[in-house]
Design a protein around this ligand. Sequence first.
Ligand code: UGB
Length: 457
Amino acid sequence: MKKSSNSLPADMYLFDSPKTLQNPLLQHREVRSDSHPSTPGKAKMERNNHFGDVQSRSYNFFFVLCVSLFILMAGAYMLRSEGPSVEKKFIVRESESSIPDIWRSQAWQKSVRESCHVKREDGLVVLVTGAAGFVGSHVSLALKKRGDGVVGLDNFNNYYDPQLKRDRQKLLDRHGIFIIEGDINDAVLLKELFDMIPFTHVMHLAAQAGVRYALQNPHSYVHSNIAGLVTLLEQCRRANPQPAFVWASSSSVYGLNTKVPFAESDRTDQPASLYAATKKAGEEFVHTYNHIYGLSITGLRFFTVYGPFGRPDMAYFSFTQNILSGKPVTIYQGPNKVDLARDFTFIDDIVKGCVAALDTSEKSTGTGGKKRGPAQLRTFNLGNTSPVTVPTLVNILEKHLKVKAQKNFVKMPRNGDVPFTHANVTLARTELGYNPTTDLNTGLKKFVKCPTLEPSA
Ligand SMILES: O=C(O)[C@H]1O[C@H](OP(=O)(O)OP(=O)(O)OC[C@H]2O[C@@H](n3ccc(=O)[nH]c3=O)[C@H](O)[C@@H]2O)[C@H](O)[C@@H](O)[C@H]1O
């Protein structure tokens, strides 16, 4: 068993410039209404009354049919269009003829190769998906700083302010990490990339995150967390050499499980949200790829990760913005006004868990799509092991911000939330040397100092 000794230098938290972060839920896609069916002509009806009646009735029928079809199609389109237009950047290229010139350019290929350059003995060569995201940017930096080769892949979608992702990209760029702007559903891009670089590992962190947003845009979860995952796994199983695959599942897979603390062997067949259902589905898919193709796979169930450079859609972040701008915070409560609780886990602890998972991954056993023997398949909880209630989270924020919060307590809506999470990390401790050391008070103090924070507009 190898243990990770990675630690993160303080300068990884420095942003180029503070930015005001927008609420992604306020963005809407416009619905087109300029395509009406054409009206049937009158001329033939006037030439023959009888035939005209029949024809008129069939024209009327045809007209009603067209209008009904139009309404159905418009309705379907409007349903798909709710919420931010996260889907607009999705690209599914089907042939090599559609490869953009830039990928063929020497400059682009040089950027990819240099980013993947390994600077330590036995260093890894890692593709990090979601590298402009919260966890992805931190993990990429940690790997690069110890001498591994790292290239990122991110579609820079607008689920939350893409400027934050661009700021992370600039930081990674300063450390020699190139992020390819592309989608995990783009099989042609993936093939091109794997043909160029023999990745030893894939750290798959790209996902449609957020529990409550799944009510508004379920398709984006299916697209990223299921279709995108399968596209990436397809590429990994065909690759020669096959990389070891480490990916982000979620504490949300425990769903309605009431046995605490949550252990990896507990029930995960009762998801409470569509987000959870897609992560659980992902766990089933990776099992299949391990079984059929010999891919070495490690799934990490993250428990409510927070910290500097974080996600503005999460409660600790949006609460901070609201407190700073004098707006109330809405605190959900369970039945009988029971406080909700989360096993909030600080980003540095999560990064150590991710790096340790990469370091302890065994090689995949297949080559070029054929399994040669059984391969490693693991699942670990990465949590903090000490749940904290949401009102306590707000109290800690008030203390560090030195501002009193206006608190609105409301009954928890039926939005996919679960009342509490609590990780048992015995397995990760034993096999990864995982040892979370940052309590919520210390972690939020670091978060509040992050220069990206500004009051909400
Ligand atoms: O571990 C995970 O698997 C997930 O963690 C995270 O989900 P959650 O644990 O739901 O975090 P987060 O939104 O910060 O809400 C925290 C608490 O505040 C409560 N909450 C939230 C909003 C609000 O307005 N009021 C409120 O009380 C809310 O009811 C909850 O009790 C990731 O977003 C998700 O992508 C996934 O990774």
